[in-house]
Design a protein around this ligand. Sequence first.
Ligand code: AMP
Ligand code: MG
Length: 266
Amino acid sequence: MKLKPVKGTHSIRLGDSHASVSSPFKSKDALAAAIAHQTSRIATLQRVLYADARFALLIVLQGRDASGKDGTIRRVFAAVNPQGCSVTSFGEPTGLELGHDYLWRVHQQVPARRMIGIFNRSHYEDVLVPQVHRTITRDVCMSRYDEINDFERMLSSNSVVILKFMLHVSRAEQKHRLEERLSDRDKNWKFRAGDLEDRARWTAFTRAYRGMLKHTSTKSAPWYVVPADDHAVRDWLIARQIADTLKSLRLRYPPADPSVVGLKVV
Ligand code: AMP
Ligand code: MG
């Protein structure tokens, strides 16, 4: 079982049944061990990514409220060195941000070479939210898809490796998680009244997500739809995809500077 990049020409199904897959592991312990193996691969490869200095890795996480973006960041990146990693959460744009084009705040947070940058929500909010709230026209939305594809192509040809994960949660599982946020005192803080308004627009968001996946999954910046009803399977699928992508870059530790070869520490 492996994640496959979304092919732009295909229509993407985002029904409730696509939000879960059964674990290929015999036990929870075996799945936990598989996650630990993948997170440790990421940690090892991150060290070389940093030393190699040719690439940046940008991970985009999108998904509805309670789809598990925060949990993914906590668990998949548990073993990485914080010095080589940045996380940016994109909330509703501030007044300053609204005074600029929608990619302005995003571009500033794109990781530099050597770094892993994680986006908790992203520029994709700017095609999802306004589409659902009908504050942009279809033409503007189509232009934004093109602009985003151009932006990501530019990043990619400037050494930013991009992976985009859409965490797909079912309606029933989201209900369960939102209810937990209401009843569990330690989770109350995560609940916003707006979460219910967005939940009420379930179908409109599904349509917007499908459009986004269809128009913005490209060779240089593919989308992966992650069945996200089960935390552990989600973490394993994402961690493996990230580790495999880092591995495919053939990262290497740079050779010693000729001027230091043969020097002795006294
Ligand atoms: P959370 O991720 O739960 O902290 O919530 C952040 C909220 O900000 C979500 O409801 C997002 O939809 C919203 N948001 C993020 N970026 C934008 C944007 N560019 N335009 C409108 N709403 C946004
Ligand atoms: Mg939220």
